[in-house]
Design a protein around this ligand. Structure first.
Ligand SMILES: Nc1ncnc2c1ncn2[C@@H]1O[C@H](COP(=O)(O)OP(=O)(O)OP(=O)(O)O)[C@@H](O)[C@H]1O
Ligand SMILES: [Zn+2]
Ligand SMILES: [Zn+2]
Length: 802
């Protein structure tokens, strides 16, 4: 078995296969499948994953593996198999999938360097540049402003060569630890021997008499109010020693969480958990849909199921939406399982993420709570997989590989013979339909744990407000309720459903709207900088003073950004203290948590924010929830817009009156009769499901059919249309009768970053060879993709149709 099969780090469809390499003698014993290696590939050295070992190769002149990057495999056999399946399923490259399974720091970085190959003199510029050195990093050449042509020629002549160095980004954290070198009783003598003026040194030694154990130098300096130089002086005298120790970066102080114990389950919870526990015990796979109203105690069910898994010696993966990985959520898991929990989400630094991953990899924890990519946790004895708020869009990755965490969860659940739980107050139509058909097991929690009523929802028709002469964003009813709420000393949450709305700039005279010159989308006004920005390509320009079309000075911004709402709010109710939460105020690391903590500490009366405030928050003093524009999402070109509206309204309503105090919800809308608004206000999921299923059936959308979306983009309009047209034709010729191929149609955002975008949509019920077919079709465009800047992306389960 001296040949390794390697997937190399070249994300190109023509290279999406294994390559054979000889395993040199010195690596024979240690090289294992799942390790990362460095291999020569063409003129350079690159990273690759070993996916197999074999004795034979159909090639006779094999190159050798240059180096091994890992000591233990980073991908288990199960993950390698999963990666292969996932790449096929989502039409992605193997390398892209493997890298998606690992923390960012394990992706290799390549450094180019120039190597002098000759003793003869080089052209003057280059000679000066090398200045007697044998190697120079490539960036230096770029900075040196020497003609590239000269370098090219020297490379052709063999005087200089380009070397690719693979550098891993891994950094481990070390601390300096201090401990006494001699026995405590001898320390006493030493103290007496020290000169009188060495007071600080004496104090420090005295500390070690009582605490002889090693201590982090930083903590020691703080604790003893001493300095590094004092420590050093004692080290020099041979009384103390310091050494470096590797530590994990743990962003959470595990001791800071008060331990909780299992609550006595309500009857409904018991009924829901019984079959799950049975599967844990019997080690069998099944998928459960836990449909429970907000506040019905789904999380407690998860916690107790996980406890069983831990007692069984197995491991648990819990996925929560990125946004709800709030301190509250972390506290609930760390509170129950302490340091047995690793947490993975994008708010951590890449070093912290790597350390949390290593704790999982080394099996030092049994539970991981994380966002989407935690589904790839390298556990080997998984006993349960839980996806909380399973309806959340963030479980679908909108980038290669375009996978849905739910599919991965079920695949791994089968591999490990363990139950998978999907939990939500508003399950996706897809999941609920599967539960109805018996593909998933349905468990329902209809009551809140404290039996408190769901808060009353009042719908306010904003057209009536206009007729009554109220042109503000706040209805009279909402204003009154906010004032009453504040005067009772309670708190309010206001949701601005911003998608589809933003602050665009329009000329009042001629109606001209400022658009991005590179994308077909209006520019957004940013007040802080008084500039217009594009959210798709980061283009920006200063806010114009006059209209570029008609020179009128009546150019103004419109729309309803959170910033403007905040201003209106403070004008309307000056005594209100407001915390605003949106992408702008939560950009900095930790700011999300900080704002929530302030709100929890009652430092504000109102929490105003976008979607990110709708989920998972549990504040006992919140009694009023206001939705400013319930319908702003309804009119997006997306067949899921009603479903998303229903979900959002239900989730945000669930934030009010969760504890002793009764809650109230006010929903402002211009379309009060729309069924998703009406039914959400009655918490009527079942009727919503039935209605929406009828619509989906009539228009042939999921879950009645499957969709595949192919998007083609090119800087030239005609090229984009033509390529899409060709794809459509090739598909039509080869699919079954019942399959519908739509297109070419311009994407809803028809131009982005100066590229024209067209799409082709396939709707099908049964098309077993579709993936192979699409792969084959795309291969026909390989050349155009490589040379002509054509871009084709395929999404086998599209959620974003833009
Ligand atoms: N069996 C129980 N007895 C008493 N209190 C409980 C019980 N189960 C859960 N709770 C409490 O009820 C509250 C709501 O529960 P939890 O947050 O788990 O609900 P949820 O269904 O996850 O809600 P949401 O979907 O709104 O996040 C929590 O404060 C929780 O501690
Ligand atoms: Zn104008
Ligand atoms: Zn743009």
């Amino acid at each position: 078995m001296n040949i390794a099969k390697v997937i190399v780090d070249v994300p190109a469809s023509s290279i999406n296969q294994t390559f054979d390499y000889k395993i040199p003698e010195r690596f024979q014993e240690i090289l294992n499948v799942g390790m990362r290696v460095i291999v020569p590939f063409g003129p350079r050295k690159i990273m690759g994953f070993v996916v197999g070992r074999t004795d034979e190769s159909s090639f006779d002149k094999l190159k050798e593996i240059s180096d091994i990057l890992d000591i233990t495999p980073v991908l288990t056999d199960e993950l390698l198999g999963l990666g292969k399946w996932l790449a096929d399923e989502t039409l992605s490259m193997y390398i892209t999938v493997f890298q998606a399974m690992l923390p960012q720091v394990l992706k290799a970085q390549y450094r180019k360097e120039l190597v002098r190959m000759t003793e003869d003199s080089l052209p003057e510029d280059l000679e000066n540049f090398f200045a007697g050195r044998d190697f120079v990093v490539y960036e230096e050449f770029e900075a040196a402003k020497i003609s590239f042509y000269q370098l090219q020629k020297a490379i052709q002549d063999g005087d200089i060569s380009v070397n690719y160095q693979v550098k891993s980004k891994i950094t481990k954290k070390h601390i300096t630890v201090v401990e006494p070198r001699i026995e405590p009783h001898s320390l006493e003598e030493e103290i007496l021997d020290l000169p009188k003026i060495a007071k600080k040194q004496k104090e420090l030694l005295a500390y070690f008499i009582d605490h002889p154990e090693p201590i982090d130098q930083k903590i020691l300096v703080q604790k003893c109010n001493t300095s590094k130089s004092t420590i050093k002086a004692l080290v020099d005298k041979g009384l103390l020693v310091t050494f470096k120790q590797e530590v994990y970066r743990n962003p959470y102080d595990d001791n800071a969480y008060a331990r909780t114990v299992a609550l006595e389950l309500t009857e409904q919870q018991q009924e829901a958990i019984a079959p799950i526990k049975q599967h844990i015990r019997e080690e069998t796979h099944d998928t459960f849909l836990l449909h429970g109203v907000t506040g019905s105690g789904k999380t407690e069910v998860y916690l107790q199921a996980i406890q069983d898994v831990i007692d069984n010696g197995k491991e648990a993966i819990v996925l929560v939406p990125e946004i709800s990985l709030t301190p509250q959520m972390v506290r609930r898991f760390k509170g129950r399982f302490g340091s047995n929990v690793a947490v993975m989400h994008s708010g951590l630094s890449s070093g912290e993420k790597y350390d949390e991953w290593r704790r999982i990899h080394r099996k030092e924890v049994q539970v991981v709570v994380g966002a989407r990519s935690a589904i790839f946790a390298p556990f080997e004895k998984i006993g349960i997989i839980i996806i909380d708020e399973e309806h959340e869009n963030s479980y679908k990755q909108e980038d290669q590989p375009r996978y849905h965490a739910r599919d991965v969860a079920i695949y791994r659940g089968r591999n490990h013979n363990c139950p998978v739980i999907l939990g939500s107050a508003t399950p996706t139509l897809e999941s609920y339909a599967r539960a109805q058909k018996g593909v998933y097991q349905l468990a329902t929690l209809t009551k809140r744990t404290n039996n408190s009523e769901m808060p009353d929802v009042e719908i306010v028709d904003m057209r009536d407000e206009l007729h009554a002469g109220n042109r503000s964003m706040f209805s009279r009813k909402l204003k009154e309720s906010i004032e009453a709420c504040i005067s009772r000393g309670e708190q309010a949450v206001l949701l601005l459903n911003r998608r589809g709305y933003s602050t665009f700039v329009m000329c009042r005279d001629c109606g001209h709207v400022k658009e991005c010159p590179h994308c077909d989308i209006a520019l957004t006004y940013h007040k802080n900088s008084n500039r217009l920005k594009c959210h798709y390509c980061s283009y920006e320009e200063p806010m114009p003073k006059i209209c570029p079309e008609c020179n009128s000075d009546l150019i103004r911004f419109f729309g309803t950004g959170t910033q403007r709402i905040e201003e209106n709010l403070t004008q309307l109710i000056p005594e209100a203290r407001v915390i605003r939460m949106d992408v702008d105020t939560t950009r900095r690391k930790g700011s999300h948590e900080k704002l929530l903590t302030q709100f929890a500490n009652k430092e504000a009366d109102i929490l105003l924010g976008t979607q990110m405030i709708a989920k998972g928050l549990d504040f006992e003093n919140v009694t009023l929830v206001g939705v400013l524009t319930a319908d702003s999402m309804l009119h997006l070109p997306d067949f899921r817009s009603s479903e998303k509206t229903f979900q959002l309204l239900t989730q945000v309503s669930g934030r009010a009156g969760r504890h002793e105090l009764p809650g109230e919800v006010i929903v402002q809308t211009y379309t009060p009769d729309h069924y998703s608004i009406q039914l959400a206000s009655n918490y009527d999921y079942t009727t919503f499901f039935q209605n929406e299923m009828r619509t989906r059936k009539a228009f042939q959308y999921p879950p009645y059919v499957f969709l595949s979306l192919i998007t083609v983009s090119h800087p030239n309009h005609v090229s984009a249309v033509q390529a899409t047209q060709k794809i459509v034709q090739l598909l039509m010729k080869n699919v079954g009768e019942d399959t519908v191929v739509l297109g070419p149609t311009p994407s809803p955002i028809a131009r982005m970053k100066d590229r024209y975008r067209y799409q082709c949509m396939v709707k099908y019920k049964n098309e077993p060879n579709l993936r192979t077919l699409i792969r084959k079709i795309i291969r026909q465009f390989d050349e155009e993709v490589r040379k002509n800047d054509l871009l084709i992306t395929v999404d086998m389960q599209p959620y974003q149709l833009m």
